[in-house]
Write a new protein. Sequence first.
Length: 578
Amino acid sequence: MMEWTGIAAAAGYALGRAFLLQEQELQVSKQNLPPEKVEPEISRLEEEIRQAIEEIKMIRETTRQKLGDEQAAIFDAHIMLLNDPEYIGGIKEKIKSEAMNAAAAVQEVTDQFLSLFAGIDNEYIRERALDLQDVSRRLLRRLLGIQSLSLGDVQDQVVLVTHDLTPSDAAQLDRGKVTGIVTNIGGRTSHSAIMARSMEIPAVVGLQDIVAKVTPADFVIVDGNEGKVFINPPDDLIQIYREKQENFEFRKREFKRLVDEPSVTQDGVRVELAANIGNPDDARVALENGAEGIGLYRTEFLYMGRNELPSEEEQFAAYKAVAALFGMNHPVVIRTLDIGGDKELPYMDMPKEMNPFLGYRAIRLCLDRTDIFKTQLKAILRAGVYGNIKMMYPMIATLQELRAANKVLEEVKQELSAANIPFNDAMEVGIMVEIPSVAVLADQFAKEVDFFSIGTNDLVQYTMAADRMNEQVSYLYQPFNPAVLRLVQHVIDAAHAAGKWVGMCGEMAGDLTAIPILLGMGLDEFSMSAGSILPARSLIRQLNQQDMGRIAKTVLAMDSAEAIKAFVEREVPLITRL
């Protein structure tokens, strides 16, 4: 038996024979073309590009139906590459100037781009490199007449073992046949991990070279809770994991009984369990999973996968739909545009940056492009008439930014009033706490906001100076680090001292080990993926907040994330049973 430990990317257990998905080695040879063959070769390239785009559009639609708009938007980047004048133009120019066959030209130009990307240590660039590799291989297979690999050929229940789960691969997955996913690369926020969670397929990623160690005859166990993978385990371990799998599925069914139950602790403290969404379809799924509101409506997905900015009316309709779905008694927190970093809009011609995660993005972009910002603010304020909408600004770093954003908001309110357009003038306005400067000055910010929502995904990476997408420094991405927890406690205390409420909308909010600590700290709202709500509710209903307060106080005095996690799991053993 071989045992591997990677990154737990999607919860659950899978058992089955390995299905090894390895890319074929594409043999590209350079050929010199006679002059009369050059133009026909360019025409052939153009036809294969057209066919590839149609192929990608079909995959995008399949993905949209299976996983929703957010995941389908990944394929827009692939289509953009095949329409990119610099990339495609470079290939055509090479065919023309060097009388070269199209496949060799694609290979050479792609290698040039990838070589350029390799010298830039930036997660956004790394993602674009992966997109370019996926697109170029698709185009090369067409030019070489090689049939694409297909997961659609899987007949039995298998565990997929692959270097990485590309968006194209994921679109072909049949959840009834692929029961688990194991990859060489990736982290909890990589495409493969996000897609596995969306499809509720247990997954372990970041295993480095497991593809080289597995054969199709091997039997595999995937432990998506602990991040473990077992190759050819003994019968007794297989039996243990079959029981774990049955218990996991049983608990999922049991959790469904809590859909309409309140999130109340044993000592009567009620908290709010909300969902993070990207579109109205996500909101319906959240409601089905017992969400008591929306803690994060990621509005940037309205702006992606299109050729122009969404109009005020389009945005108004999308926000109104979610507000009406949840009604006046359940809050819907809408985050204003958070574009930049790893989310780029091709039609906005945004500047290329060495470190876009720390650059021109989110509120910084909106305060510079107030025309875009005002359109969105008008749509949000108008939709507020139809439900309990609250608004928050992302990536705030200073009080001056907050005040500047509120000034624009006041201008928009005046414009709506002057036009006699109904809007919610009393809408609560808060901010994301994701930059340490805001957490440290939370007492000052609390005087000028209606609420805080702690975005732990960014707060952790900025506090620890560790890119959350970089598996080489993944050991430093520590939500349980005492420095992070002290910042969270400080924010909660500062808000409560000013009579304001605090939510959390990062991955940490749905982490069963983190929930006892956050509950003890006094967090008011926990916002998470829809699938995490019922397990979280089950846990909270079995806890006593006063006892959790003592646990929170103890962990804040500890010196490591490992010690804190071990202590909480020892003090609250039911975590490991959920």
